[in-house]
Every structure is written in C-alpha cells, then in structure tokens.
Design a protein around this ligand. Structure first.
Ligand code: IPE
Ligand code: IPE
Ligand code: MG
Length: 244
C-alpha cells in the first residue's frame, strides 16, 4: 500500500516539538521589505503556529527566537528584534491564558535589558497555570552556554563528583520540559546552530525550504506526519515492526 500522503495521515498527538525559525531575512529580501519587517512577519507566523500546535495536540513547543550568536548582528537589527519580542510577549501572554497554555523562556537573561526581563517574568507568572500546552521561547539562548551554565550550577550544588547526566539535566534552563521528539528547521539550512545541544541528542530532524514567515499549519502537520513515520531506536536494534 502506498504511504498515506501528509494530508490524509493523522498527525500524532502529545509530541514535543522544537522549531528553528529561520529565514526571516531572506523572506524580507524576497518581498523587498526591511529585515525588521521580516522579523515582524516571523512573529505573526509564531502566533499562528502556536495556535496550530495546540490544535494538533502538541504538548510542548520550544522555538528558537534569538541566539547568543545573533547578538553579533547589526545593532539596528538587534534593537528591532528586541522591540518586536517585547511587543510579542505583551500581546501573546494574555492569549496564552485564554488558551489555558503556559509561556516560558530559556536563555541567558542577563544579556537582555531590564525591561525585556521584566516583561518575560510577567508573562511567565501570568501564564503559569496553563496546562494545555507550553510554549517556550529560546531567546538570548545558546546550547553551549546552557551546558556551561548547567554544569557550573550542578557542580556548585552537587560537587564535581556528583556531576552526572541526571544532575546536569536538573540544572538546564527548563528542567521541567522533556527532550524534543522532533526538531524542525525552516529555510533550507540543515544544521542546528547551537539549539538544544543537550536536549536534542536523540531528536528526529525535519528540514523544510519554507521561510519561517510562510510556515503554516499544513507544514507543521506534514512535519508531524513525517516524524510519526520515523523509527526511533535510541541506540538499540530495529524492532520487528521496523525491520519488516
Ligand atoms: C531567523 O531569521 C531569525 C533570527 C535569527 C533572529 P534570519 O534573520 O536568520 O533569516 P535569514 O537566515 O537571514 O534568512
Ligand atoms: C538560528 O538561525 C537562530 C535562530 C533561528 C534564532 P541563524 O540564522 O542565526 O543560524 P545560522 O547563522 O544560519 O547558522
Ligand atoms: Mg538565519
């Protein structure tokens, strides 16, 4: 029997999804608008995808919004992203409450301005009781920085001899979130660019050429269907079902 097309097959529910939201700059160039307008369109896409993820039964959605390396971009672009991010948090947090969903953040907050940090704290508190889905925005985030920060905190608490995978995991920025089952990257690049270095060790990867601002519900559904067809082995052998 031919495999069901992504429009027919049901997307699995309960999945933990992470997305590297790439391609805002190229989208802006293709539309003849400023890069900041590209990031604005990216913010709008995030709102729609968050809603789609909830409808598709995604349990946790972690998105890469701004990396530690992105601080090295043109100051005007960085300032534009900071402003848009602040507006997005303020606008979306009350909507997350309406959706019984939680919003949180991961990254080095000390790299961000006081006003942004205050807005993040406000949004986390406002949405803390949401149970339907968690949206976590990685902002000022680097996977290597996270491992360093976690290792330092773990050693302080448990001592060098106490450092093992469990203790490091407990000191990640968001220890309550599970490892992502699926990491999606938009805009054609096939790399993870310092995202979820620890948590992504066994995640399935799906790449799409679509620029992030154009990424919509059917694309998320298709990625989930592709994920469902994968066989995860975690270092073990093929199961009989997978081998047949
Ligand atoms: C992703 O889009 C958003 C951030 C990294 C902040 P880009 O701005 O990297 O878009 P491209 O890769 O230049 O198209
Ligand atoms: C990764 O995209 C960071 C985010 C999407 C926030 P980049 O555009 O910064 O990654 P590279 O430079 O192409 O690896
Ligand atoms: Mg990019």
């Amino acid at each position: 029997m031919p495999p069901a097309s992504s429009s027919e097959a049901a997307a699995p529910r309960g999945t933990r999804v992470a997305i590297i939201m790439d391609g805002n700059g190229r989208w802006a160039e293709a539309h003849g608008v400023s890069v900041t307008e590209g990031h604005r369109a990216g913010g709008d896409a995030l709102r729609h995808i968050t809603e789609a993820a909830l409808d598709l039964g995604v349990r946790e959605l972690t998105v890469y919004g701004f990396s530690t390396e992105n601080f090295g971009r043109d100051p005007e672009e960085v300032a534009g992203i900071m402003q848009l991010f602040m507006e997005l948090v303020e606008r979306e947090a009350p909507i997350m409450v309406e959706r019984n969903s939680r919003m949180c953040f991961m990254g080095r907050r000390e790299l961000l301005g006081d006003e942004i940090r205050e807005r993040m704290r406000w949004a986390e508190e406002l949405t803390q009781h949401g149970t339907a889905m968690t949206l976590c925005i990685a902002f000022g985030y680097g996977g290597r920085a996270e491992i360093i920060d976690a290792a330092r905190a773990a050693v302080l608490e448990d001592g060098v001899d106490g450092l093992d995978e469990d203790s490091l995991r407990r000191h990640l920025y968001r220890p309550e979130l599970a490892d992502p089952d699926l990491i999606i990257r938009t805009a054609g690049e096939q790399r993870t660019s310092n995202f979820l270095v620890w948590q992504g060790a066994y995640s399935e990867l799906v790449f799409t050429d679509t620029f992030w601002p154009d990424f919509a519900e059917p694309d998320l559904r298709a990625a989930l269907v592709e994920y469902a067809a994968r066989e995860r082995r975690f270092g073990g052998r093929l199961t009989e079902a997978g081998a047949s």
